[in-house]
Design a binder for this molecule. Structure first.
Ligand SMILES: CC(C)(COP(=O)(O)OP(=O)(O)OC[C@H]1O[C@@H](n2cnc3c(N)ncnc32)[C@H](O)[C@@H]1OP(=O)(O)O)[C@@H](O)C(=O)NCCC(=O)NCCS
Length: 168
């Protein structure tokens, strides 16, 4: 039902429209955005999902991952993730994340964090960061700060601030 492709430059406007529609004007005010400003997503881990055929084929989902340092451990932040409202509940979000997490593991990433609804992300293996263990660069509901190990034990030494990687 969905085809997942690597993001290409020409997808940019449709991705922006999807994210604006999904997150509204508060999109850039979120604390997670502070880890994206001045940062760049991992090019191999930016995806779009298409649905439909022929003239009806259109972009219905998007996902990117960003490099971050997670309490001293190099890793990734998942998101933003968005799916077109008309196509929600059909597995597109989960399919995008499963593809991205599998590719991230192949690339050697060991740990992923995100800020989001715990019951949804538990479906792809995310669990809550123990309260106080990691800090974001701004306010965040602690019950929404989640992590997933891609390499067993990777979370063990993660403690402290979640930051952008040093600029290169
Ligand atoms: C969240 C979002 C990406 C889910 O995409 P999706 O393609 O509809 O998700 P899937 O089809 O893969 O999964 C749907 C399942 O997850 C559940 N689900 C979806 N959002 C959920 C949430 N916030 N909390 C708990 N469960 C949720 C659905 O009820 C459904 O359950 P079912 O399979 O038992 O019917 C989509 O709703 C969206 O774009 N929302 C707006 C942007 C957003 O909030 N992004 C996430 C930021 S945290």
């Amino acid at each position: 039902m969905f085809e997942i492709e690597a993001e290409r430059p020409e997808h940019g406007p449709a991705i922006e429209a999807l994210l604006d529609h999904s997150f509204g004007p508060g999109r850039y005010a979120k604390t997670a955005q502070r880890l994206r400003e001045g940062n760049r997503p991992v090019p191999e881990l930016c995806y779009v999902a298409f649905s439909g055929a022929g003239e009806k084929r259109r972009m219905v989902g998007a996902l990117s991952f960003w490099p971050v340092i997670i309490g001293g451990v190099p890793g990734l932040m998942l998101g933003p993730l968005a799916v077109d409202p008309e196509l929600r509940g059909k597995g597109c979000g989960i399919a995008l994340m499963e593809k991205g997490l599998a590719d991230a593991k192949k690339l050697g990433y060991r740990l992923v964090i995100l800020v989001g609804d715990a019951p949804y992300y538990a479906r792809v293996g995310f669990g809550p960061v123990p309260h106080g263990r990691l800090t974001m660069p701004g306010p965040v509901d602690p019950s929404r700060l989640l992590y997933r190990e891609l390499d067993i034990g990777a979370f063990g030494s993660a403690k402290g601030a979640i930051t952008k990687p040093p600029s290169q």
